[in-house]
Design a protein around this ligand. Structure first.
Ligand code: NAD
Length: 475
């Protein structure tokens, strides 16, 4: 495919092969964009931002609605593109397309609700006769830097709100998975997004990311990806607005009184969907010592039923990881845990880019597999004596994206809600649950700001205060 900027599709002499993580075949090629392409893209986006700023909320909403329909009409084609470049199974890719359409649909609704508020200025001493209100205006040019693991929906989570708010948008998709984003640009242009108001430049994150962070005409960067890269962008971006959706290492507490079948069902999906490459994957399972054995009995058959292989085959439930080196890394972390005393209950094998669904028990929470973000298909069980200990371990992490608890006890549930530092808290489900309209974002090193179209629109607009100075007349 070609990339799109400065009003048209463009090629370059230098290309990047996009390969299937499953069999290594070249799926397509994309141009290797350069920092100069970013500058050229922004030259045009600055004009597009002026066009978008004048476009009515109704028109912005209509365009996004059409784009949502456009995605739905191309579901099969887009799902196959996602599976080909990312490796998730087709059922998951189809679900991602449906969610992407929903994200644009909700953005279309939010385009109609960009409002300010009245400010009761005359409640201040000496401010009689003053009338105040705020209005919100678009940031101008917004840049979206996105990760590989949801290559369509996480782009929609930035493009939808950016356009809803009246901005122009520059997309820098992940280097391994740019095809879905380019197809999205086709759909958006067909739906009526002005050619000057959208750009998608493909290429290496380091070079293009630095050019984006340095570009003074970009007012806002919305980034989803690893904490290390997020921090680099923040340092470099200086006085720009940023939203950072970063990593996690999802803790799930399973207390004595938990419904173990429910917990096993939730962990068997929440730990292994998309081969564990989900920022809110269930990773650290903090079980009560009393029920750990029963929980494992419930979990093992469910994990054993996760068939692995060709992600396009109907009977396969888990495909490859995004690259073989990622599967090898996960394999290494598992080996390291086992040599430090963890018990390998199932899995552990790595074959090409496929890492077998793995359960580790009796994991020391200080090990890498527990402390860092695994981003692979394994869960690490640590046995705890009580809810206090489980909460302490849950919080003993640089991350704070999502957390879950299984209990029927209201007091324990509320203690968890009050004391665990995470952006999304789930009572009686695992960390892995999201609908696209909800506020979503992490605490600590998991990020800054919120996504979900309503909340992203706020972050992609700036607030202005208007004061009417009415004369105070003596009656
Ligand atoms: P990554 O950080 O390696 O890359 C993300 C994006 O940043 C890519 O487009 C990449 O090309 C670009 N990039 C790389 N170096 C850059 C630089 N120096 N400057 C600017 N941009 C640069 O992440 P990934 O491996 O693609 O995705 C996995 C990570 O994303 C995990 O940590 C995961 O938790 C996180 N993630 C978070 C959320 C969330 O909503 N919180 C959602 C999905 C994924």
């Amino acid at each position: 495919m070609q990339m799109f900027f400065a009003g048209r599709w463009r090629d370059s002499a230098s290309k990047i092969d996009i390969t299937s993580p499953y069999d290594g075949r070249v799926v397509d090629t994309v141009p290797r964009g350069t920092p100069a392409d970013i500058t050229k893209a922004v030259d045009t986006l600055a004009q597009g931002a002026a066009v978008m700023r004048r476009m009515s909320a109704y028109d912005r909403s209509q365009i996004l609605r059409k784009a949502a329909d456009g995605l739905r009409a191309r579901t099969e084609d887009l799902a196959r593109t996602i599976t080909a470049e990312e490796g998730k199974i087709l059922a998951e890719s189809r679900a991602e397309v449906a969610r992407s359409a929903e994200t644009l649909e909700v953005s279309a609704e939010e385009a109609k609700r960009v409002t300010g508020e009245m400010v009761p200025l005359d409640a201040a001493p000496g401010a009689a006769g003053k009338i105040g209100f705020t209005i919100r205006q678009p940031c101008g040019v917004v840049a979206a830097i996105t990760p590989f693991n949801f290559p369509l929906n996480l782009v929609c989570h930035k493009v939808g709100p950016a356009l809803a708010a009246g901005n122009a948008i520059l997309i820098k998709p992940a280097s391994n998975t740019p095809l879905s984003a380019l197809r999205l640009v086709e759909v958006l242009l067909e739906a009526g997004v002005p050619e000057t108001a959208i750009a998608c430049v493909t290429g290496p994150g380091g070079e293009l990311g630095a050019a984006i962070s340095d570009e003074p005409r970009i007012r806002k960067i919305s980034f989803t990806g690893s904490a290390a890269v997020g921090e680099m962008i923040c340092r470099r971006a200086g006085l720009k607005r940023v939203t950072m959706e970063l990593g996690g290492n999802g803790p799930v507490l399973i207390l004595d009184d938990a419904d173990l079948d429910l917990a096993a069902r939730a962990i068997a999906t929440g730990g292994y969907a998309n081969a564990g490459q989900v920022c809110i994957s269930a990773q650290r399972i903090l079980t009560s010592t009393k029920i750990a054995g029963d929980f494992l009995d419930a979990l093992k058959p469910r994990v054993a039923a996760i068939t692995t292989g060709d992600p396009t085959a109907a009977d396969i439930r888990m495909g490859p990881m995004v690259r073989q080196d990622e599967a090898l890394r996960v394999g290494e972390w598992i080996k390291e845990a086992v040599s430090a005393g963890a018990e390998l209950v199932s899995g552990g094998q790595v074959d090409q880019a496929i890492c077998a669904p793995t359960i580790l028990d009796r994991v020391d929470p200080q090990l890498r597999i527990s402390r860092e973000e695994l981003f692979g298909p394994a869960v690490a069980i640590t046995r705890c004596h009580n809810v206090r200990e489980a909460i302490r371990i849950a919080n003993d992490s640089p991350y704070g994206l999502a957390a879950g608890i299984f209990t029927r006890d209201l007091e324990s549930a509320f203690r968890f809600v009050r004391d665990v530092d995470a952006g999304n808290l789930h009572v009686n489900w695992s960390t892995q649950w999201r609908v696209d309209l909800m506020p979503y974002g992490g605490l600590k090193h998991s990020g800054l700001g919120k996504e979900g179209p309503k909340y992203a629109v706020r972050e992609m607009t700036e607030e202005k205060l208007v004061v009417l100075h009415l004369p105070v007349e003596a009656e």
